[in-house]
Design a protein around this ligand. Sequence first.
Ligand code: CA
Length: 467
Amino acid sequence: MNKIKVFGILCFTFLMSCAKEKSLKEEFKQSKKPNIIILLADDLGYGELGSYGQKKIKTPFLDNIANKGLRFTNFYAGTSVCSPSRAVLMTGLHTGHTNIRGNKGLTDDKRWDRISLKKSEITIGEVLQKANYQTAMIGKWHLGLPEDTSTWAKGRGFDYAVQEQWGKDKNGKEIDERVHWVNNNQDAVFYNYNNYKCLDEFRTNFALDFLKKKKKNQPFFLYMSYRIPHAHEFFLSKNDLYADKMEMWPEIERRHAARITMWDAQVKRLFDKLEANGDLENTLIIITSDNGPHNENHHKYQFFNSSAGLKGYKRDLYEGGIRVPMIAYWKGKIREGKTTNFQAAFYDIMPTLADVANTEIPKNIDGMSILPELLGKSQKKHDFLYWEIQEGRSVKGFKQATRIGKWKAVRYQDKYHTELYDLEKDSYETKDVSNQHPNLVAKANQIFKQESVKNKHYPYSGGVFKK
Ligand SMILES: [Ca+2]
């Protein structure tokens, strides 16, 4: 074949792929802009929903939604704890590029404390606000500083924001996490747990109020950030869910199961409201979790097999720490009742939502739109996925991982060793095969060096390798 012919074929293939891309965009341009909702659980493990194999904890409504939506089996959080994972979700950057890489980092005045999103990091809220969406964020934000309201959700792209603060401020003053701040500190509402089944009922009330008051002729984006099943819900009213198990299960485990089941009911309330408003048909809903199951406050993640057998839990970069449930629901639009093993991560959500809103995707992010995958169309794949985390102020707390197709490499820096697993043969990461595949290990190490950009708040970012 001569060069001209080859060039002609290449041009034709390129034009055809452009036409395909265009038709997808045209399809969305023509219809009314869809509403978008993210329902984010906090520390919900890969195995904690009935649709992901959970046998003891009941999640009937979400199981029903999974049956009518698209269920991902290789979907990953941003990393394995709250703040950095949520930073990834909001910005479309992976943790080698985000400003937040741990729940705490080194502040400018050398304390080990909270770090906020940088103003130059564009959030999903800002993207969708610019695309004429009404935006709302309710619940746990975890990306700002208590003393600087410009870093709160209201200042980062959300027209309506109800958020908690917790822990201590920079002067060491304890903050009551039951207080929910409305639109920065314009108002504050106290969560009196005696009046609600759980914190997520209290939060859902704000969401229902937003859905009631929003403008009808403008699309909306609701980022609903729940509490369950995080260990931190100390203020829980008495409930008799799973009362028949009181003799068999430790009380902490009964409460754990009860909270997940109560959350399921809160999600139902939200769906019912959407249906009553006539919004359900035109709303994309993403249901997922910010990291793997926790093992805190005397709760044992093995009790309900919360990671579905995957290795590790919250704070680990083994699969149990980062692989999370992800259900996408969009009545009549996306593939229904299907499961996909497509590999994607939190950083794909922002570009996907920008695509759904038919607006420009911010440049220089790590994610890509997975809208074609949702619609069952031809989808580009990632060459690899990347995660890092800084836990505590020492080199031991710096961890990195990458997934390259079926391979998974994990590097816990104090070991100076890169482990390698074949997830197709060994989904529970039991057999380190790094010795047999030096080239793959070298490739993973190259990813670890190149993807972790140095950051002054995280002293070990940029990789820790022996000289
Ligand atoms: Ca979390």
